[in-house]
Design a protein around this ligand. Sequence first.
Ligand code: NAD
Ligand code: DAU
Length: 340
Amino acid sequence: MKRILVTGGAGFIGANFVHHMIAHSDAEITVLDKMSYAANRASLEGLDPKRFTLVQGDICDYVLVNELVPQHDAVIHFAAETHNDNSLHDPRIFLKSNVMGTFELLEAVRHHEVRLHHISTDEVYGDLELDDPQRFTETTPYQPSSPYSASKASSDLLVKAWVRSFGIEATLSNCSNNYGPFQHVEKFIPRQITSILSGLPPKLYGNGANVRDWIHASDHSSAVQRILEAGERGRTYLIGADGERSNREVLGLILELMGRDADDFEWVADRAGHDLRYAIDATVLREELGWRPQYTDLERGLGATIDWYRQHRSWWEPAKARTEERYRRQLSGEEARMAS
Ligand code: NAD
Ligand code: DAU
């Protein structure tokens, strides 16, 4: 697999994947990214131009997609609108990019007979009770809660239908919450780290008991590479690294690692429809494909991530004020809605 088209490669996980593949394969990579607010050119700086090209464009652009797809041996599809809070306030773009964009790619890989790997999320399975001994598996029924997760569930179902009806060469993966370098400051972990670095209080939704199953983005990348090498056509693989923690625990670790008091944060109104707990059982990936995560100690991974944000202020500072302003507007809209 020499020539790879990575959609959404200027976003968080896509950029980590591009760096991973440049370091751990001989692939030549084209990134197709529309450079939304979530993208950052600086995440792709320094890559060898003989092996890497960035094309700014939309996956909904039929002409562009049909020009690029046949020039590649595989498409790895990360591009999406990804933030739950935004999807609650302005869902339209989520359906456009996540559903219609995936449809355009599916039609292109079908007509040009190109392999596709579709990147998805554990949120398609809904949520679990805190004390539920079950975790999500490849056979858990879909039950998405938010406009974002419903749009991702829709895109997964389209991929499965294109495999069954048209025989396209596709695999899927559903991963848990990622953290690491290049993550936008709107997301939980970078928001808290960059708030502390900016002298702002971290913000915890609801009662802080919601659980997420954290995995380092470089482990997500190695899992996707393994699926590209050995995954079976039409199969879904769940990716997770046994990293369950409550939001309160994660924030506690960040505060401790950054030398702050344990209560040095603010409680804020909960997210509407907030999923309680996600948890992935990655047995299939581990046992059938022999994949193992490298970051098994969340505290160590968080420490390295905090160092990265300390050392890359110019990467995140331009987006910080804009993002906090967006949160302020969303929160005041939410308060007005609850008061009426
Ligand atoms: P991100 O928001 O950081 O990046 C998304 C990228 O997609 C951005 O660069 C954006 O410009 C691009 N994009 C959006 N719409 C586009 C369009 N119409 N055409 C071209 N490019 C477009 O997201 P992320 O966190 O890196 O997530 C990447 C993928 O991984 C998504 O499909 C997401 O659902 C999935 N995922 C994310 C997580 C997580 O914890 N962040 C976990 C599991 C799965
Ligand atoms: O599970 C995979 C999903 O993880 C991906 O599909 C999504 O693209 C990705 O954004 C992420 O979704 P979450 O909604 O879990 O991530 P987020 O970073 O927005 O929030 C993580 C948890 O932290 C969630 O329970 C809400 C809470 N939170 C978030 C923010 C931004 C806070 O308590 N305070 C905050 O300021």
